[in-house]
Write a protein that binds this ligand. Structure first.
Ligand SMILES: Nc1ncnc2c1ncn2[C@@H]1O[C@H](COP(=O)(O)OP(=O)(O)O)[C@@H](O)[C@H]1O
Ligand SMILES: [Mg+2]
Length: 226
């Protein structure tokens, strides 16, 4: 039996404004074991990013609990959240968020440098990860000198840098053309499998969804098996 890396229990999210109450997630529950790839699909605006933001500690559930590793995500203070994000999570978004004054390799090194790894050790590790995403010959390039697909490949490598327990990817191919989407998708899956990582991938791309170990669709706030 494998250990659970992530457990959501009856997680709900409601946004309340002066005039109305908007329920985005209704009693969402699921468990993910180490090394599994979970793919969540659903129409635009159905709450996919909201769900990932809750898991990532960027937002808090209205009710329910989220346990990731040894962290109770909903009840972490500011310091706890920083530690959780730094030690447990690797994030890939639709936009790459690479720092433009750093090279591709330096961007990949950054999370480890922030976590206190020496420059030499971080560089050694980043060299391996940039090779995993096929960009060793672009490591000295600045983000402005990379294509959209290449930037996302750097972002994928960066997400693995701190050996995260959990990688969260929110429509990582959403801004790319078809060809680059497929390439980034291939690399994301292969690098996650190679390193035995656990991935929660949110996408509206149905072909991507086919490839998960666990597949769900978010519909009217409910998470259903796909
Ligand atoms: N801070 C907020 N206040 C009110 N409504 C929000 C807020 N954030 C998101 N929403 C609403 O929640 C719904 C789900 O958004 P989102 O999670 O971004 O969807 P998806 O990622 O599936 O496209 C949308 O209808 C959006 O307008
Ligand atoms: Mg979204």
């Amino acid at each position: 039996m494998s250990e659970a890396v992530l457990t959501l229990k009856e997680v709900s999210k409601t946004y309340t404004s002066a005039s109305e109450k908007l329920t985005i997630l209704r009693s969402v529950s699921f468990t993910v074991e180490a090394g599994k790839i979970v793919v969540i699909t659903g129409a635009s605006g159905c709450g996919k990013s909201t769900l990932l933001n809750l898991i990532g500690g960027l937002d808090t559930p209205t009710s329910g609990t989220i346990e990731a590793g040894r962290y109770q995500v909903g009840s972490l203070g500011e310091d706890g959240l920083t530690e959780y994000r730094r030690n447990v999570l690797g994030l890939v978004f639709q936009f790459h968020y690479l720092l433009k004054e750093f090279t591709a390799l330096e961007n990949i090194m950054l999370p480890a440098r922030i976590a206190g790894l020496s420059r030499g050790e971080a560089k050694e590790k980043a060299e391996l990860l940039i090779a995993d995403v096929g960009l060793s010959d672009r490591k000295e390039h600045y983000p402005t000198a990379l294509s959209g697909g290449e930037r996302q490949r750097v972002a994928v490598a960066r997400a693995l840098m701190n050996d995260p327990l959990l990688i969260l990817a929110d429509e990582p191919t959403g801004n790319l053309d078809e060809g680059n989407s497929r390439l980034v998708e291939e690399l994301l899956f292969s690098v996650v499998r190679k390193h035995g990582k656990t991935l929660i991938l949110v996408t509206h791309d149905k072909s991507l969804a086919e490839r998960g170990d666990q597949k769900y669709i978010l519909n009217s706030g409910e998470l259903l098996p796909a």
